[in-house]
Design a protein around this ligand. Structure first.
Ligand code: C5P
Length: 233
């Protein structure tokens, strides 16, 4: 898989999601399904979107003891998604077990990436609530290295960190980056944002774009703009 734009389908029902995806007739976007839609609609939402011909990033961010995560990953491996994820904070053993669970009997598996620190956690919260005293950027790099050492394929991080992650973990270690906005668009609740062009320049492998596409007057045009700016020369 190469560079791509992943559309965050943060809808609460299958109907809304299918109505949105029906607009895309030429190029079928890579779709991110998160907790809200998955918990509302169950595994069928994944099967149905897959049947429609989309690649899927199943964003459930698993975090539990290694054995429980392994068993949950085995269940997810049967859904035939392209990417799924977990929290690096669960530790290296948990990540190793996750890969074991995700690997199918024929040796294939979806790509597995780790969330480093959530973008809702800042230095103050990390120190005051979690009692982690290191600089946030260093914690992100350490978690990325842990994920690489456990055999994972990459991390979710800010596009602004993508270059540094590649520097530490190698160019083939994937960086999947949310927090993307058009230069003239609303930032909303995202703290550190980049444009698709800037994410490309820094070296993100996949950008995850939600509201700039889902809330656009013309979502297909907004998606194609991301594709042109991020992928096309
Ligand atoms: O609408 P917006 O473009 O902000 O959507 C970004 C998507 O990426 C959302 O689904 C959000 O949950 C997800 N995400 C994020 N920051 C992270 C991890 C995931 O924004 N650190």
């Amino acid at each position: 898989m190469g560079k791509d734009v992943i559309v965050a389908c943060d809808f609460s029902t299958a109907e809304q999601t299918y109505a949105f995806l029906d607009r895309f007739t030429d190029r079928k976007p890579f779709v991110k399904i998160g907790m809200e839609l998955f918990y509302a609609e169950g595994p069928d939402i994944v099967r149905n979107i897959k049947k429609r011909g989309h690649k899927i990033f199943l964003d459930l961010k698993l975090h539990d003891i290694p054995n429980t995560v392994k068993k949950a990953m085995t269940v997810l491996s049967r859904l035939d998604v392209d990417i799924t994820n977990l929290h690096a904070a669960g530790g290296i053993d948990m990540m190793r077990y996750a890969i074991e669970g995700l690997t199918r009997p024929d040796g294939t598996r979806p790509l597995l990436i780790a969330v480093t620190q959530l973008t809702s956690i800042d230095q103050r919260r990390m120190e005051g609530e979690l009692l982690i005293k290191e600089p946030l950027a260093e914690v992100v790099m350490q978690y990325a290295e842990n994920a690489k050492n456990a055999g994972l394929d990459g991390v979710v991080c800010s596009a602004l960190e993508a270059g540094k992650v590649h520097g530490r973990c190698g160019d083939s270690f994937l960086t999947v980056t949310p927090g993307v906005r058009f230069s003239e668009g609303a930032v909303g609740d995202q703290q550190r944002v980049t444009t698709p062009e800037k994410a490309k320049e820094i070296g993100s492998d996949y950008i995850v774009v939600g509201r700039p596409i889902t809330s656009a007057e013309d979502p297909v045009a907004a998606y194609m703009r991301c594709v042109q700016d991020f992928i096309d020369e």
